[in-house]
Every structure is written in structure tokens, then in C-alpha cells.
Design a binder for this molecule. Structure first.
Ligand code: 5GP
Length: 176
């Protein structure tokens, strides 16, 4: 049987320090505006709440479940939309909050779909970025950490729905 081993890459403290910095930047850039935060379930939920708690501009939140992965480590290339937003976004300043940008396919499909709903603005905030894997060009305004081409888990990110509750981010190794 294959054993799964998680190697810590970013500690809980490192992640939290970075989230504080990101929140400060967002607070400055949205000063005088209200921010509508869009959480892409499920992977970004831990990051989303930690970030939201540290924002001082007026915030509203909504949730969307969309991914291009199915219980595997490889993108399927098709957007699976399991839950749409509850509220309209027309005229609102929206921030998509994602766990990781890998090929860029999920976010570019989500962004295109949301732009068609005429938000006042639409930016992307992702905890992690794996730029070496990019297949689709996508502008990301706020990034927590860049990671190498390795499968990462923890802080909301899963492998077959496991490891989301790890308080740190680590790489997943399969040993024999
Ligand atoms: P993309 O469409 O950019 O290829 O993939 C984005 C989604 O794939 C992320 O939201 C995440 O759910 C999943 N994903 C991509 N890379 C990783 C990874 O290294 N670990 C985990 N757990 N999920 C990943």
C-alpha cells in the first residue's frame, strides 16, 4: 500500500504573517469602498476566513463551488460548477479568493463567467501560485506564496478530500 507523507513547506505562523500583510495591502487599496469577497469552495475556505477577519473595509461574502479537478492531482480541463453565488455581483467591487493557481484554467473560466455579470471591479487573491505550471494567462492581483511544481496540501488544500484541516502547508509524498 502507498503511504502518504506530508512535508511542511510553510508553517502556520508563516502563513498567518503573510495573510496579515495581504490584508494590509487590500485594506489600503480598497479604502473608501466596500468589498464583496467570493470564496471558491472548498480549498480556499481557511484562507478566506483568516483574510476576511483582518479586513477593515466593509466586507460582504459569498461562496461558489467550482473546480477543474476530481479526486485526483491532475486538472480535468473542464469547469465543474457545483454551487453558484447566492447574490448578484453587478456594480460591486468583487475579490475572488482562491487557494492555488496552477494551470490557471479554473480561475480564467470563473473570471470570465463573473465578468459577464458586470461587477464594478473583479480582482483575484490566491494563497498560493504555481507559476511554472501555467497553461492559461491569468492576472492575479494578490498572491501569498509562490510554490514549485509539487502537489501541496493543508490550510484548506486537499488530496482526495484529506488534509484540509492541517494548520500548515506541506508537500505530499507518496512512498512505497
Ligand atoms: P488550475 O485550474 O489553476 O489548474 O487549478 C486550480 C485548482 O486546482 C485549485 O483551486 C486547487 O483546487 C487544485 N490544485 C492545483 N494544484 C494543487 C495542489 O498542488 N494541491 C492541491 N491540493 N490542489 C491543487
Amino acid at each position: 500500500m502507498k503511504e502518504e507523507i506530508v512535508h511542511e513547506m510553510f508553517s502556520e505562523n508563516q502563513v498567518e504573517e503573510r495573510i496579515v500583510q495581504m490584508a494590509e495591502q487590500i485594506n489600503k487599496e480598497y479604502e473608501g469602498k466596500s468589498l464583496h469577497m467570493i470564496c471558491i469552495l472548498k480549498g480556499s475556505v481557511f484562507f478566506f476566513t483568516e483574510l476576511a477577519k483582518r479586513l477593515t473595509v466593509p466586507v460582504t461574502i459569498d461562496f461558489m463551488a467550482a473546480s477543474s479537478y476530481e479526486d485526483s492531482t491532475v486538472s480535468t480541463g473542464k469547469l465543474q460548477m457545483r454551487k453558484d453565488l447566492d447574490e448578484p455581483i453587478e456594480g460591486r467591487h468583487c475579490l475572488i479568493v482562491e487557494d492555488i493557481v496552477d494551470t490557471g484554467r479554473t480561475l480564467s473560466m470563473v473570471k470570465k463567467m463573473l465578468l459577464a455579470r458586470n461587477p464594478a471591479s473583479l480582482k483575484i487573491c490566491s494563497l498560493l501560485d504555481k507559476p511554472s505550471r501555467r497553461e492559461v494567462e491569468i492576472e492575479t492581483e494578490y498572491i501569498g506564496f509562490e510554490v514549485p511544481d509539487q502537489f501541496v496540501v493543508g490550510y484548506g488544500l486537499d488530496y482526495a478530500q484529506k488534509y484540509r484541516n492541517l494548520p500548515y502547508i506541506g508537500t505530499l509524498e507518496f512512498s512505497k
